[in-house]
Ligand binder design. Structure first.
Ligand SMILES: [Zn+2]
Length: 232
């Protein structure tokens, strides 16, 4: 898979044509054809943004659409959940002693439950202006992916030998991503926020986007690699 990525980046640069005709490797045309076999979507766009930036720059609009297509449904789902929780809390409060009746323990418990559910939904929701910041977030996440180093501890393998015995466990240093994470301060700087705003508000959406971008890119890289093998 990494070979396929390296091929993509080495054969599509300005010096592309000079690589053609080297025995044993796919031609630039074959590489471009294999790329066309990778289904359209976020992974397809990220594969190019990361490994063929020249093409990525021409496909900003496709990338934007794919990013919106990933993030908007999750953001909307959270907003709905929050609105539902708020409405339920309002109903629970209004039901206390409804019509001048006695307030019951059941009603009190329901208010506490609904309030807790509302607090949970608030804590889990991304910032209100997430969609306004989406371009900046996406750029920062992609920049982190471009510059990412493999995790020191697991060497990018995502797993380490289980210290408790036989077998393996997820690497605790990189959280099983295989990549060294940028510090919160660097991420904050990249999205134009201070560190406390990053850690309080932006970290969940940033980490969610990074994990989903990486998964989409890895899937596209596998499909690209498979298409190259079949063309060879
Ligand atoms: Zn690791």
């Amino acid at each position: 898979m990494n070979n396929a990525r390296e091929l993509l980046s080495s054969r599509t640069g300005p010096r592309t044509m000079s690589f053609d005709g080297i025995a044993g490797g796919p031609t630039t045309q074959e590489i471009v054809a294999a790329l066309a076999d990778v289904p359209q979507g976020l992974g397809h766009e990220l594969l190019q943004a990361l490994w063929w930036p020249e093409s990525g720059r021409r496909r900003r609009e496709q990338l934007r659409q794919a990013v919106v297509g990933l993030v908007a449904p999750e953001f909307t789902r959270q907003m709905h959940e929050l609105a539902d929780a708020r409405a339920e809390f309002g109903i629970a409060k209004a039901s206390m002693g409804w019509g001048g009746g006695v307030v019951t323990d059941v009603q009190r418990r329901e208010v506490r439950r609904a309030e807790q559910a509302l607090n949970d939904a608030r804590a889990a929701a991304w910032p209100n202006n997430t969609m306004e910041q989406l371009g900046v977030l996406a750029e920062a996440v992609i920049a982190e992916m471009v510059g990412a180093c493999e995790c020191d501890r697991c060497g990018g393998r995502k797993i380490v030998p289980d210290p408790a015995g036989a077998g393996v466990v997820n690497c605790g240093v990189c959280g099983g991503s295989g990549w060294e994470a940028l510090s919160g301060r660097k991420r904050a700087g990249a999205i134009g926020a201070d560190w406390s705003a990053y850690s309080r508000f932006w970290r969940p959406v940033y980490e969610w986007m990074l994990a989903n971008f990486r998964a989409a890119e890895a899937c596209a890289a596998r499909q690209f690699s498979k298409a190259l093998t079949m063309a060879a």
